[in-house]
Design a protein around this ligand. Structure first.
Ligand code: FES
Length: 247
């Protein structure tokens, strides 16, 4: 799947067609006004629906019709690429690149190379065993839907370029550390919630289902219970059974 910005990449794709440059026909194009319109949840949704590779193509840096759209895209997509590794999905399945309206040939080459790469690494279903993939992707999509995550990602450029509220420069490495800690914590929490969405489970069972340690599960359960998202639905022997509220 390719998300193409209207002003550059889509025009580049158009030129490739008019100029009769050959490229694989299995790309499905979604035209967006700016690459900045592409949200990480859109990419994750594509993976959830079985797409094996997603390209996000925008104007070259400095050429965005909306001035900074592609800079925001770059921050978001780089974060998502790194996060895909945590989920277990190969980060190469997401490509971010730039194509101008006059680069029809470049567009055709990028699509051909990306299609070859995805064909070589195979189906997305090979990345994560069994039916784990959907659960992980759904949990990841929820991470990027969260208000806190969106704030962190969308403020990144501002914080790094302009500094914090005191005008103090923010260190990129330090910011990345804080950002990924928050993302991972949110992801683990979602994994716990997903595993008890349909039935009540003990801490050990949740740990197994969510691929976390019992200690990590317990830490999340305590917070989730305090926030009214999880409840103890009964006791099995000596083990409390947890379930998601409202199920
Ligand atoms: S208009 Fe092309 S990236 Fe913004």
């Amino acid at each position: 799947m390719g998300f193409l910005c209207n002003w550059c990449s889509y025009a580049g794709a158009d030129l490739a067609g008019v100029s009769r440059f050959q490229y694989p026909t299995n790309i499905r194009v979604i035209r967006v006004m700016c690459s900045g319109r592409v949200d990480p949840t859109h990419v994750l949704e594509a993976f959830i629906r079985g797409i094996d590779g997603v390209m996000v193509l925008g104007c070259h840096p400095g050429d965005c019709h909306y001035i900074l759209g592609n800079y925001y895209t770059e921050g978001r997509m780089k974060t998502l690429q790194r996060f895909l590794e945590i989920v277990g999905v190969k980060p190469e399945r997401l490509l971010l690149d730039w194509v101008s309206a006059s680069e029809g040939e470049r567009f055709a080459t990028l699509v051909s190379d990306f299609t070859d790469k995805i064909t070589k690494i195979g189906s997305l279903r090979n990345d994560v065993p069994n039916n784990e993939l959907q659960k992980r992707l759904l949990a990841a999509r929820d991470v990027f839907s969260q208000h806190r995550t969106r704030w962190l990602i969308n403020r990144e450029r501002e914080l790094l370029v302009e500094g914090d509220v005191f005008g103090e420069p923010v260190d990129q490495e330090e910011f990345n550390k804080v950002k990924f800690e928050a993302l991972v914590k949110e992801y683990e929490k979602n994994r716990v919630l997903f595993s008890i969405r349909d039935k009540a489970l003990s801490v050990g069972e949740i740990a197994q289902s969510a691929a976390l340690t019992p200690r990590e599960v317990l830490r999340h359960l305590i917070l989730l219970e305090q926030n009214g998202l999880v409840t103890v639905s009964g006791i099995d022997g000596v083990k409390p059974m947890y379930k998601k509220m409202g199920v």
